[in-house]
Write a protein of this length. Structure first.
Lengths: 426, 115
C-alpha cells in the first residue's frame, strides 16, 4: 500500500471532475470552480494525514470548497456572479451560495461534466491550453503529473493552466453545452484534444516511458467518458476504435532493447486480442450510427484492415488504398497522401507507389513536405525496391538530416547499413 | 490500463429483500458514478454458492454453500479499470461507504488470449 499522499492523490483523481463540475454549475465559472476545488484539496492534504480519509471524500471536499467560496464572495472575488446580480445583501448571498453548494454534489448530472469538457476544449484556447485543462479538469491529473508527461517544468504547466483559465474568463465563455452546428465543431475540438493526448503517449519516444503509457490510457478513459456523454456521436465511437486498435499493438512496437519495430515486422501474437475486439465493436457502432465515412471512422477502418491480417503478407492493401481515397476527401493532408502512396506501393508495386508519392509531393508543395522525414524515407524505400540503390541511399540520408528523434534515426541508420552491405561495390 | 476485481462481502444470512432502500440507492449511484468516470467494466451480484471438491478416488463432491465456512461470503463484484492500485482502493472506499460491507481488491493479471 502506498503512502497517504498517494491515497489522497487517488481520491482526488476520482472526485475532482464531479466536484469541479458541481461547483462550476453554481458559480458559473470554470476557472473559479477549479481554484475552489484546488483549495479544498490543499485543505485535505493538511487534514487527512492526521484524521484519516473521510468516508465520503467528495462531500468533505465540497464542504471545504464551500467555505472557500463563501470567503471568496465576502472578499469580492465573485463580484459578478448571479447572487450579486439578484441584488441580495451579502449575508443572504452567502447563505444562498452555501445552500446551493451543499446540494450541488447530489445533483451532478452528466450534463455538468459535458459542459466541463466543452469548456476545457473551447476553441478560444490554444491547443496546449486545452490539453492541460482537459487533463486537469476531466482527467483529475495533478499539475505535476501533467508536467512530467509533457516534459515541461511544473511551473510552465501551471502558468499554462492559469493563462487558459484567464482566457476563458476574459472571453466570457459560458458554462454550457453548444447546440446545432456549433455542437459538431465543438465535438471535433474535443476529439482532437483527446487524440493528441493519446498520440503524445503513443508515438513519443522520449521521456519517462510509464508516464507516456499513462497518457494513452488517460485518453482512452476520456474516450469512454465521452461515449457515455455523447452516445449518438459516431466519431466518438470511431475515435475509441482507432485508439483501441492502435494501443492493442503497444507490446509489439518495441524490440528487446527498446528499439521501434514497424508494423510489417511486428510479432502479431503480441497484439492484445481483447483490445482489438473492443476496437472492432466500437468501429461497428460508429458505422451503424451512419458515420462510416467520417475521418476517425476511416482511420479506424484502415487500422482494422491491418489488425485483421494474420501476417503482414495477408494485408488487404487494395482495400486500404480505397479507404485512403475516402479519407483524402474528408481530411486532405500531405501525410494522408503519403500514407496512401505507401498503400499503393504495397498493392500495386514500388513503381506505382513512387508515382503516387511524387504526385503527392508535387501537390503538397516543397514547403509542406520539406520538414517531414517520412517523405524521403518512403521514397528511398520505393527506389531500393526498384533497384535504384544509390538514389535510395541519398533519400535516406536526406531523411536522417530531417529528424532528431533517436529511435527514428536508429531505424534509418540501420536501413542505410543494410543497403550498403547489399551492394559492397557501390 | 490494469483491471481490478473489487469484491463485496455480505453476511451469510443476508436477505436482499430486507436491504435498506438507502443502501440500494447509494450502490446504484456509485455504479452510475463509476460508469461516468469510465472505470467500470462489469458489475454484478451473485446468487447462492455450490462448492466442488476433488476426492481421493478421482471423483468430485458437490455440496451446497461456499467453499470456505465463514460468516461472510462474496455477494457481488465490480471489474474496474484504474490507473493503479491507489485508484482502485479509492473506488473500493466508496464501495465500503455505499454497501456498508467489507470489500476486497485483487489486481487481474492478464494472460494473452490464444488465437
Amino acid at each position: 500500500m502506498s503512502g497517504v499522499h498517494e491515497t489522497i492523490e487517488a481520491v482526488w483523481r476520482i472526485e475532482a471532475t464531479r466536484l469541479i463540475a458541481a461547483i462550476a454549475r453554481v458559480v458559473r465559472d470554470v476557472g473559479l470552480a477549479e481554484e475552489l476545488a484546488q483549495e479544498a484539496l490543499v485543505t485535505a492534504l493538511e487534514v487527512w494525514p492526521e484524521e484519516g480519509i473521510p468516508d465520503r471524500p467528495g462531500a468533505w471536499l465540497m464542504t471545504a470548497a464551500k467555505r472557500r467560496a463563501i470567503d471568496a464572495l465576502r472578499r469580492g472575488r465573485m463580484l459578478e456572479r448571479k447572487h450579486v446580480e439578484l441584488g441580495l445583501e451579502l449575508e443572504r448571498q452567502q447563505e444562498r451560495l452555501g445552500d446551493a453548494l451543499d446540494h450541488a454534489l447530489d445533483e451532478v448530472i452528466d450534463d455538468d461534466v459535458l459542459r466541463l469538457v466543452f469548456t476545457a476544449c473551447h476553441p478560444v484556447l490554444p491547443v496546449e491550453g486545452r490539453i492541460a485543462l482537459t487533463l486537469r479538469l476531466i482527467g483529475g491529473l495533478t499539475t505535476a503529473e501533467i508536467a512530467r508527461a509533457f516534459l515541461v517544468p511544473e511551473k510552465t504547466l501551471g502558468q499554462r493552466i492559469s493563462r487558459a483559465k484567464k482566457t476563458l474568463a476574459e472571453a466570457h465563455v459560458p458554462f454550457e453545452t453548444p447546440r446545432g452546428d456549433e455542437l459538431n465543431r465543438r465535438v471535433e475540438s474535443v476529439l482532437t484534444v483527446v487524440y493528441i493526448i493519446f498520440n503524445e503517449g503513443y508515438t513519443a519516444t522520449a521521456g519517462e516511458e510509464w508516464m507516456r503509457t499513462a497518457l494513452s490510457e488517460e485518453a482512452l478513459r476520456l474516450g469512454r467518458i465521452l461515449r457515455r456523454l455523447l452516445p449518438g456521436e459516431s466519431e466518438v465511437h470511431a475515435l475509441i476504435a482507432l485508439m483501441e486498435l492502435q494501443a492493442s499493438r503497444s507490446a509489439a512496437r518495441r524490440g528487446p532493447d527498446g528499439e521501434a519495430v514497424l508494423l510489417p515486422d511486428q510479432d502479431r501474437s503480441l497484439w492484445d486480442r481483447a483490445q482489438i475486439q473492443r476496437g472492432f465493436a466500437a468501429l461497428e457502432r460508429a458505422q451503424r450510427l451512419g458515420g462510416g465515412a467520417r475521418p476517425y471512422a476511416l482511420q479506424a477502418s484502415i487500422a482494422a484492415c491491418h489488425m485483421r491480417a494474420r501476417t503482414a503478407e495477408e494485408t488487404d492493401w487494395g482495400r486500404i488504398v480505397l479507404l485512403y481515397d475516402a479519407l483524402l476527401q474528408v481530411l486532405p493532408s500531405p501525410v494522408v497522401a503519403l500514407n496512401r502512396a505507401v498503400a499503393v506501393g504495397m498493392a500495386w508495386g514500388p513503381a506505382a507507389g513512387l508515382d503516387e508519392l511524387d504526385a503527392a509531393t508535387a501537390l503538397a508543395g516543397e514547403s509542406a513536405t520539406a520538414s517531414y522525414h517520412l517523405f524521403p524515407s518512403v521514397r528511398g524505400d520505393f527506389l531500393r525496391k526498384l533497384g535504384r540503390l544509390s538514389e535510395a541511399r541519398d533519400e535516406i540520408r536526406r531523411a536522417l538530416a530531417m529528424t532528431k528523434n533517436l529511435r527514428e534515426r536508429e531505424l534509418l541508420e540501420k536501413r542505410l547499413r543494410q543497403w550498403e552491405k547489399a551492394t559492397p561495390s557501390a | 490500463m490494469p483491471q481490478y476485481l473489487v469484491a463485496g462481502y455480505l453476511p451469510d444470512d443476508f436477505d436482499p429483500s430486507q436491504m435498506d432502500e438507502a443502501v440500494g440507492r447509494e450502490i446504484h449511484a456509485l455504479n452510475e458514478e463509476m460508469i461516468a468516470a469510465g472505470v467500470r467494466k462489469f458489475a454484478c451480484g451473485l446468487g447462492a454458492a455450490k462448492s466442488l471438491r476433488p476426492q481421493s478416488d478421482g471423483g468430485v463432491l458437490v455440496t451446497d454453500g461456499p467453499y470456505l465456512e465463514t460468516k461472510e461470503h462474496i455477494g457481488g463484484f465490480w471489474i474496474l479499470e484504474c490507473a493503479d492500485m491507489d485508484e482502485a482502493v479509492a473506488w473500493a472506499r466508496k464501495g465500503v461507504a455505499a454497501t456498508r460491507g467489507q470489500v476486497e481488491i485483487r489486481e487481474i493479471f492478464f494472460v494473452p488470449t490464444p488465437e
